[in-house]
Design a protein around this ligand. Sequence first.
Ligand code: 5RP
Length: 224
Amino acid sequence: MTTDELKKAAGYYAANLVTNNMVVGIGSGSTIAYVIEALGKRVAEEGLQIIGVATSDKTRRTAAHLGIPIYNVDDVDHIDLTIDGADEIDQAFAAIKGGGAALLWEKIVAINSTKNVWVVDETKLSPKLTHFLPVEVIPYGSDQVFRRFENRGYHPTWRLDQNGNPVRTDSANYLIDLHLDHIEDPFVLGRELTSMVGVVEHGLFLDIVDEVIVGRPDGIEVFN
Ligand code: 5RP
């Protein structure tokens, strides 16, 4: 099976966790595209009734196009379940997210959800976090933040689009990606990044997830 087929199998499995009248946080990325596709089918074919809360503008557009009603996060009084992807998950279920530039809205939706489920193919599981770590920063003064990362040996790079311009997040911020060998203690690093002026949010998702759904060639594995 290809990685894409694993993503699809896990995504369709996760979409079946959604039941009538739920308020559902809908993540971002290529795995979640399959969750949205499956939810769209359930809305059209089964008459599933849900309210979606999108974690990116792209997700909002895709879901709305498939007939899933999308509300703003501030217009719901609770979120029952959020289904999202991840770039890497370690053995303690700490994750790096933000490869798709949506980490800020993803974290806001996640921390306001009763239950969080991540959907990944098996290549995303790792003993330690080694994926580059996205950090969303305010454009004003961001060169200074970048220099501080360099001075701390975090090997930062700007997230650029195909024209070489800085990627703007859905909140119009920049992204700096940190290339660390591995992250020894995600909690310590997370606290350090949160305390830096100019940093809006970082891509370490800690103590958030309730269930991880993994697509493997021999089937779906669920950790909870
Ligand atoms: C976007 C994310 C995604 O969940 C993450 O990048 C995984 O994406 P994909 O399913 O395409 O591998 O955090 O900000």
